[in-house]
Design a protein. Structure first.
Length: 586
């Protein structure tokens, strides 16, 4: 019996889900299974009831939100008009990508699986949940899940010829790109690299903003461990809302790393390239361009490779030892080695290519193997009521040591520190998860660390509010990383801020966090939320959102004299009414 087409649909924020989907596609090819791979929103989801076997690979972003490339299809799946037998002919399997240190671990995969079953789909195997906190990363759950998936599929369909041997070894495939050298300096062709996000502000009319850097000031003390910047960008006059998000496109500015890659590939940075898709599809990036522009602006050469990169790289290894090592890194059994060598150490594409010197990869393949350099998202920290011709951002620069004590710095962090006054940056502005509460309603704003950015925008948008504004700020030391402290004093003095509550976690013998300050002001919190007010939370997606949620829930129970169960029901009603909103990030 021949097997019907297997569909593998993914929802990916960083590309990991796409990578897993493509891995499933390669495994399917080795098992003679016809397969279609697609991002969920690029697929006609209304045809789902007509399919027989569908695998979903989905990531969870922020505070349990779906990635942007599956939001539309998810909305369609949630339609109330769909009956409980809508997917009765569909066999599905769901694998999620998440991080168990987040409050809403793998929430998207859990909701998707539950909804598919609710619509009548039957499960091929139980849902799998990848966890970045596992010692092997998401592979710790993926590898056994894939074994079960193929065991079930092949046992069910038994479509392989007698004595057929499954060959999962890497296969050379034709490149998607063709590259040629030119001496003609013609204008770049249209490209999709700076394509607008789906939730871009309508008033931009699809036009990328070329913003001018006018401020790039350090907010934290010079002797403090983290450098947090206040960045101001001059833009055309645009009305944006508190909660809106700026997307910045960084560049690779590590000159030593760039030169190491070009030397390794024996490429001259001034060489002008013409790039085309073999299938004639739209270009990912401008063409012509120099090799230096390619590796500086468009390829994520300092990103960390996934397992598929080592698999592909093995095809070009001349040295047998290197080939064997690459295949081990790419194999399910090599997950420990991959974690130690690459994932935990944040090894880059440049470093891997320099480590495996016998691999001579043609440039057209590297365009496919190395992902595009992605924009970085930052909550806007200003209000267009303050100024319509500028946006302000609060950006914590990333710098850390790996387990082997190698210094690593964030790509955008290096880029920002390299910029001089007047630099031009490509920027999009898109809508975020926050919407400003009505001005006649009381609000509680909780923004520890750089979560203060969106709260600052909200505070400045409420200068004419009749409702009260209560701000909770958290940091380590009042003298080191208390962001915008002078502004808060002014805003309290002029009445814009009704109250300011600060939690300096390391300024006393015990650790004080924002949830502790909430407990100190129980009556205030209860009064605001029980009388139609709002609570908005922003910051790190590790423990903070769940700790704050539990603190508010317990306050509702204590001050309202109700059971914890009833307090939880009240909290869920706040979330449904969008009166309790969280914006969080890694």
């Amino acid at each position: 019996m021949s097997m019907a087409t297997l569909y593998v649909l993914y929802g990916s924020a960083t590309g990991t889900a796409q990578d897993v989907a493509e891995q499933i596609g390669r495994m399917a090819s080795a098992r003679l299974v016809p397969t279609v791979i697609s991002a969920m929103d690029d697929f006609a989801i209304e045809t789902l009831p007509n399919l027989t076997h569908v695998v979903f690979v989905v990531a969870t972003t922020g505070d349990g939100e779906a990635p942007e490339n599956m939001t539309q299809s998810w909305k369609l799946l949630l339609r109330k008009s769909l009956g409980s037998d809508s997917l009765s002919n569909v066999h599905t399997a769901v694998f999620g990508l998440g991080d168990s240190s987040y409050a809403k671990y793998n929430a998207v995969a859990r909701r998707l699986q539950a909804r598919l079953v609710q619509l009548g789909a039957s499960e091929i195997i139980d849902r799998g949940l990848g966890d970045d906190q596992h010692e092997l990363g998401y592979h710790g759950a993926l590898n056994p899940w894939l074994e079960k998936l193929w065991s079930k599929l092949l046992a069910t369909f038994n479509h392989l010829p007698v004595n057929f041997v499954v060959d999962d070894s890497p296969k050379m495939i034709a490149p998607k790109y063709k590259v040629s050298i030119t001496n003609v300096k013609s204008p770049p062709c249209p490209h999709t690299f700076y394509a607008p996000p789906k939730s871009v502000l309508p008033q931009l009319n699809g036009q990328l903003i070329m913003a001018k850097l006018v401020k790039n000031d350090r907010l934290t003390a010079e002797d403090w461990t983290q450098d947090v910047r206040h960045v101001q960008l001059e833009i055309p006059s645009i009305e944006y809302k508190p909660g809106d998000i700026a997307l910045l496109y960084p560049e690779n500015v590590d000159v030593d790393g760039i030169n190491a890659l070009l030397n390794r590939l024996n490429l001259d940075k001034k060489t002008m390239l013409v790039v085309d898709r073999v299938d004639g599809a739209a270009h990912d990036f401008p063409s012509p361009m120099t090799i230096e522009e390619l590796v500086r602006k468009y390829l994520d050469i300092f990103g960390t490779p996934r397992r598929s990169f080592f698999e592909r790289l093995s095809l070009f290894a001349i040295d047998e030892e290197e080939k064997e090592k690459l295949l081990e890194l790419a194999s399910p059994g090599g997950a420990d080695l991959l974690s130690d060598y690459c994932t935990r150490e944040r090894r880059t594409f440049v470093e891997v290519l320099c480590d495996f010197k016998s691999c001579h990869v043609p440039l057209e393949y590297l365009l496919e193997f190395i992902p595009r350099l992605q924009p970085r998202a930052y909550s806007i920290a200003s209000s267009s009521q303050m100024q319509t011709k500028a946006i302000e951002l609060t950006i914590g620069l990333v710098e850390y040591r790996t387990p082997y004590k190698r210094l690593k710095r964030g790509i955008c962090s290096q880029y920002l520190t390299s910029l001089t006054h007047g630099a031009i940056l490509p920027v999009w502005i898109k809508t975020g998860v926050f919407s400003p509460p009505p001005l006649d309603k009381d609000v509680i704003l909780i923004g520890p660390g750089t979560g203060i950015a969106v709260m600052r925008a909200l505070v400045y948008s409420r200068t004419q509010a009749t409702g009260k504004t209560h701000l909770y700020v958290g940091c380590r030391h009042a003298a080191k990383d208390f962001l915008y402290k002078d502004e808060w004093k002014v805003l309290v003095a002029n009445g814009t801020l009704s109250s300011l509550h600060t939690a300096f976690s390391r300024d006393q013998a015990w650790k004080m966090y924002v949830q502790g300050k909430l407990n100190e002001t129980k009556q205030l919190v209860f009064q605001v939320l029980s009388s139609g007010g709002y609570c908005l939370v922003a910051g790190s997606a590790k423990r903070m959102p769940s700790d704050v949620y539990e603190a508010v829930r317990d306050i509702i129970a204590d001050e309202g004299r109700v059971s914890l169960k009833d307090a939880e029901k009240f909290m869920k009603s706040l979330v449904r009414q969008k009166r309790y909103i969280v914006e969080s990030w890694a």
